[in-house]
Write a protein of this length. Structure first.
Length: 587
C-alpha cells in the first residue's frame, strides 16, 4: 500500500514539477520599459480588435492584451501610463503630404479660411507690416471663389495694398499662384514671356499683359527661381514646427509627395532630416518621393531615386519613390477629362505627359522595383495611370509594387474596379471632398452633375477590392486628420450640409476610415508587417485620444484632440489636457 501511495505521491510531485516547469519554460517575460494600462485600445488587428493594456520595450510593442497579461512584463524599471479608459489606437500615417512645403508655410501668411477679398487683403497687409525683414511676402490658401468675376486672382488686388515688395501666394489647391506687379517684375515676367511647358501666365485678353495669375508649372519654372532659397536653419526650424504640429494631431509617419518650395524638392533636404534623426529630434517617420517632370524620365533621375533608396531605407527615413503629375485640377479645367467640361465645352483639360512617354517611364521604374505615385484627377488621367500600371505589370511580370494613384477625384465608373484588380493603391485625401461651395459649385459645376456623382468614390473603390490610403495633402488642407475622418463618414460640412451627405453611398465607416489612415497606409508603404496596427512585434507608434470615437456622433469626430502621441515607444507629444492621476490613486 505504501509503495503505490508513495508512487502516486511521486506521480503527483512529478506532475506538479512538470506543470510548473512547463509554465516556467522559456525565458521569463521580457520586462517592459513602459506599460500602458486601463485603456480602451482599438488595435486595427482583425485577430484581436480590442485590448486593455500594452507593454513596450525599446521601440516595439512586446505584449498587448488585458491588464493581467501585460502586468507579467512589469520589471523593476518599468514605467506605467494609466490611460484612464481613454481610447488608444495606432498613430496615423499621412499618405500624401508635402511636408517641407507645409512646414515652411506655417511661417508664412495663411489665407486658408479667408472668405472675402477684403479679409485676404487685410491679412496680407498685416503680415507684411509685421515682417519688414522678409524680402518676399509669401503665403498660401486663397480660394477661387474669392474672385467672382473670373474665378482667378489679379495682381491689382495685391498692388493696392503692397506695391513695393514682391507678394507671391499659392492657391489652396497648389495649382495656381497669385503674384503682384513687383513679383512679376523681379521674376522678369512680361507680355513677351513665353508660357513654359505644363503651365501658363494668365493674360489680359485685351492687352496681353500678365494678370498675376500663374498656372501649374509656370509657377515653379519661372517665378520660383527669383525667390531666395530658404536657409538650412530656416528649413530645420520649419521641419521642427511641422513635426510638432503633426505629432499634436496624431501623425506618426508622413509619406511626402515631394514639394516645390525648396530647390530640388524633398530629396534636397534628406540630409537635414538625417541630421535631425542623429540629434534625436526626429519625431515622425518619413517616406519621400521624387517628382519626375515631363517630357521623359532620364536615366539619371532613376539612378538618383535608387541611390536615395540605398541610403535611406529604414523605419525612420526612407526614400525611393517616384511622383508624377499626370494632370492638373478640375477647378481650373486643367484636369484631363475624357469629355469636355460642362461649363466650357471648348476645354477638356490636358495630360501633362505624352501618354506613351509616361507609360514608358512607369514601366522602367517598375522594372527597377520603384513604387510610383501618379497625381491623376480627371477620368482621362486616371485611366491613363491605371493603363500604365497594368502595362508595367504585364511586361515586367511584377505584381506587388503597390503603385498608387493620388486624388482620384472623378474616375470613370468602369475604371473603379480596376484598383482592386490591379492592386493599385487608392490614395485619397478625404477633406478634398468637403462639400462646400468650392466643391459643389466650382468643382461640380465645371464637370456637370452626371460626372460629379462619381466624385471621390471611396466606398466603390473599396467594394472593388481596392486598398484605401488616406492623407491630407497638407498644406493644401490642414494636416489634422480628424476632420478628414469625419468627412469620410459624413460627406457633410461642419454645418451639416448637405442633409444626408453629398453622394452618401460613397461614405465609409469609422473602422474603414481608421484603417485607411493606419493599416491601409502601412500597406501602401509596404510596412504592414511593422506598422499600422497595435500587435506584439510591431513599432510602438500610438495615440491616446480625448474622446471615444466609437461612442460619439460622427459629426463630433473633427473635434478630437490627441492627448498623447508615442512614436517608437517615446512620448513625442503631450497635450496640456493630459494629466496622470496621483501616484497614490494608481492601481
Ligand atoms: Zn499633393
Amino acid at each position: 500500500m505504501r509503495f503505490p501511495r508513495f508512487c502516486s505521491f511521486a506521480a503527483v510531485l512529478v506532475v506538479l514539477f512538470w506543470t510548473s516547469a512547463s509554465f516556467a519554460s522559456g525565458p521569463p517575460p521580457q520586462p517592459a520599459d513602459v506599460i500602458i494600462t486601463n485603456a480602451r485600445i482599438y488595435t486595427v488587428n482583425a485577430q484581436q480588435e480590442w485590448a486593455e493594456a500594452i507593454a513596450i520595450h525599446g521601440e516595439k510593442i512586446i505584449a498587448i492584451g488585458d491588464n493581467a497579461t501585460v502586468e507579467t512584463h512589469r520589471g523593476k524599471r518599468t514605467r506605467t501610463i494609466d490611460a484612464q479608459r481613454r481610447l488608444i489606437m495606432p498613430g496615423f500615417t499621412d499618405c500624401h503630404i508635402h511636408f517641407l512645403d507645409g512646414s515652411l508655410s506655417i511661417l508664412q501668411v495663411n489665407l486658408d479660411d479667408a472668405i472675402t477679398l477684403a479679409d485676404v487683403q487685410q491679412r496680407i497687409k498685416d503680415y507684411t507690416a509685421a515682417h519688414p525683414e522678409l524680402v518676399w511676402v509669401q503665403g498660401r490658401g486663397w480660394n477661387y471663389t474669392l474672385f467672382s468675376s473670373t474665378g482667378l486672382p489679379d495682381k491689382k488686388y495685391l498692388d493696392e495694398i503692397v506695391p513695393d515688395r514682391p507678394v507671391y501666394l499659392e492657391g489652396f489647391d497648389g495649382h495656381t499662384w497669385w503674384a503682384n506687379s513687383k513679383a512679376l517684375q523681379l521674376a522678369g515676367i512680361t507680355k513677351a514671356t513665353q508660357d513654359p511647358a505644363g503651365g501658363s501666365f494668365v493674360r489680359d485678353p485685351k492687352t496681353g499683359e500678365p494678370t498675376g495669375a500663374i498656372k501649374e508649372d509656370a509657377a515653379d519654372e519661372v517665378v520660383r527661381h527669383a525667390i531666395p532659397h530658404s536657409s538650412k536653419q530656416e528649413v530645420v526650424a520649419a521641419l521642427r514646427r511641422g513635426m510638432l504640429e503633426g505629432n499634436r494631431v496624431g501623425l506618426v509617419r508622413a509619406i511626402s509627395a515631394d514639394g516645390v518650395h525648396v530647390e530640388g524638392g524633398d530629396f534636397a533636404s534628406l540630409e537635414v532630416y538625417n541630421e535631425l534623426r542623429r540629434s534625436g529630434k526626429l519625431t515622425m517617420r518619413f517616406d519621400f518621393s521624387m517628382r519626375i517632370q515631363p517630357p521623359a524620365l532620364k536615366p539619371s533621375q532613376r539612378q538618383r531615386i535608387e541611390a536615395a533608396r540605398q541610403r535611406y531605407h529604414d523605419d525612420w527615413l526612407s526614400a525611393g519613390k517616384a511622383k508624377f503629375f499626370v494632370d492638373g485640377v478640375i477647378e481650373t479645367h486643367t484636369a484631363a477629362m475624357l469629355a469636355p467640361y460642362a461649363d466650357d465645352p471648348s476645354q477638356s483639360g490636358n495630360l501633362l505627359w505624352d501618354p506613351d512617354e509616361y507609360k514608358r517611364a512607369v514601366a522602367e521604374l517598375d522594372a527597377h522595383g520603384i513604387q510610383v505615385f501618379s497625381h491623376a484627377i480627371g477620368d482621362r488621367a486616371i485611366r491613363l495611370a491605371l493603363d500604365a500600371y497594368e502595362n508595367a505589370q504585364r511586361i515586367n511580370h511584377t505584381s506587388d509594387l503597390r503603385h498608387r494613384i493620388e486624388h482620384i477625384e472623378d474616375p470613370a465608373a468602369s475604371d473603379v474596379p480596376r484598383f482592386g484588380k490591379l492592386g493599385v493603391i487608392a490614395s485619397f485625401q478625404p477633406l478634398h471632398a468637403y462639400p462646400n461651395d468650392d466643391t459643389l459649385k466650382v468643382w461640380a459645376g465645371n464637370i456637370g452633375p452626371e460626372r460629379a456623382k462619381l466624385g471621390w468614390p471611396w466606398r466603390s473603390v473599396q467594394n472593388g477590392g481596392g486598398v484605401l490610403a488616406f492623407g491630407s495633402d497638407w498644406p493644401i488642407v490642414t494636416q489634422n486628420p480628424w476632420p478628414g475622418v469625419q468627412n469620410a463618414l459624413t460627406r457633410q460640412t461642419t454645418e451639416g450640409e448637405p442633409v444626408g451627405g453629398w453622394i452618401p453611398k460613397e461614405r465609409i465607416s469609422l473602422p474603414e476610415a481608421i484603417h485607411a489612415y493606419t493599416l491601409g497606409a502601412a500597406f501602401a508603404g509596404h510596412r504592414e508587417k511593422s506598422e499600422g496596427s497595435l500587435e506584439a512585434g510591431k513599432l510602438a507608434d500610438l495615440i491616446v485620444l480625448s474622446q471615444d470615437l466609437f461612442q460619439i456622433e460622427p459629426t463630433e469626430i473633427g473635434k478630437t484632440e490627441v492627448l498623447l502621441t508615442i512614436v517608437g515607444g517615446k512620448i513625442v507629444y503631450e497635450s496640456p489636457h493630459w494629466a496622470q492621476p496621483d501616484a497614490g490613486e494608481k492601481k
